[in-house]
Design a protein around this ligand. Structure first.
Ligand SMILES: Nc1nc2c(c(=O)[nH]1)N[C@H]1C(S)=C(S)[C@@H](COP(=O)(O)O)O[C@H]1N2
Ligand SMILES: [Mo]
Length: 323
């Protein structure tokens, strides 16, 4: 029996139904893909070992969704993607991000107004952080479609603590990879590259903010932003910058790619908000991706349903102006 205190964003255990739809890989497979092997496994703390290996995660883990939050089928999560570096059609990234683009090994840099600037190999970073956990989050794209995605990774707050920001640090600027040789989108200049995003420091340390290294119990496929990407489930999907190479702590608000591309349509905050429409379409509802029982539309929720966790961050802010 797994005893732990659920976080406020977790689904209550009582709501959990079948938990084992995809976790049948032996632990050694997962360790091998992580590049850890047995020696690496021994370095992990027992809790991390549990989270990252056998039964990944355990059956009945309260992080699992009940019938109210059923994960979108894996083939949609890994086959219907926005990753403009690898094309603008939803099916492009799965094909074009897997034609020789190398995401292992991968270095991520912590820089700017921090006491502990550093460069880490991503697998070393995961070990330093103490392992990974799984979280099932709603995903709402600004294009008015949605999924439910089981991510693996760790709280961004842990990385912020590792970087040890100086008092002047108020924002994070996150930068994606830049490699036009591997990226048809970067060669075509379909956006300003490298893709950049930003968060306020207090948003980054909110319990929901997550760095994903996996999805559906496996390391991230390239098309989902391997090997490490941001997940901020109360914000539109474009905040979730993929394939991060650098996180810089800054005193002033950084810019973000979609705001550069179309400032009247995409702001810095990008909080999911059914009452603030996109200039060209309503944000009041969303198309559910996944086919079959996942078809249809549903009402979009304020902060994508995470108001309890994040509404306090925006007290006194005009959300229509700060879209
Ligand atoms: N580097 C980069 N990150 C990105 C994007 C992108 O084009 N490039 N697209 C964003 C958008 S619009 C969405 S909806 C999500 C999609 O993530 P997924 O394909 O893993 O569902 O990634 C976000 N992160
Ligand atoms: Mo998106």
């Amino acid at each position: 029996m797994l005893i732990r205190s659920p976080k406020s964003w977790e689904i209550p255990t009582s709501a959990v139904t079948s938990a084992s739809l995809y976790h049948d890989r032996p632990r050694r497979d997962f360790l091998r893909t992580l590049g850890l092997g047995l020696a690496g496994a021994a370095l992990l703390r027992p809790s991390a070992l549990l989270a990252a290996t056998a039964g990944f995660p355990a059956k009945g883990n309260p992080l699992y969704p009940g019938s109210a939050l059923k994960p979108t089928p894996e083939e949609y999560v890994t086959g219907y993607n926005n990753f403009y570096e690898f094309g603008t059609d939803k099916g492009d990234p799965k094909e074009l991000a897997n034609q020789g683009w190398k995401t292992d090994p991968w270095t991520i840099e912590l820089a700017g107004l921090v006491r502990s600037p550093a460069k880490f190999d991503v697998n070393e970073l995961v070990k330093k952080i103490g392992g990974i956990e799984e979280r099932v989050y709603r995903h709402r794209c600004v294009e008015a479609w949605s999924m439910v995605i089981p991510w693996d990774g760790f709280a961004l707050a842990k990385l912020v603590a590792l970087a040890d920001p100086k008092p002047e640090a108020k924002f994070l600027k996150l930068t994606s990879f830049n490699d036009p040789k591997s990226s048809i989108g970067q060669r075509d200049h379909n956006l300003n590259y490298p893709y950049v995003e930003g968060l306020r420091l207090d948003e980054a340390t909110n319990e929901l903010a997550f760095l994903a290294t996996g999805v559906y119990g496996k390391p991230l496929p390239n098309q989902n932003g391997a090997p490490i990407r941001l997940v901020t489930p109360w914000k539109y999907g474009f905040k979730g910058i993929k394939s991060i190479v650098r996180i810089e702590f800054t005193a002033t608000q950084p810019t973000n790619t979609w705001n550069i591309m179309a400032p009247s349509e995409y702001g810095f905050y990008a909080n999911v908000n059914p009452t603030v429409d996109h200039p060209r379409w309503s944000q009041a509802s969303e198309r559910i991706i996944g086919g079959g029982i996942f078809s249809g539309r549903q009402a979009t929720l304020m902060f994508n349903g995470y108001d309890k966790q994040v509404a306090g961050l925006y007290k006194g802010l005009d959300l229509a102006k700060n879209y």
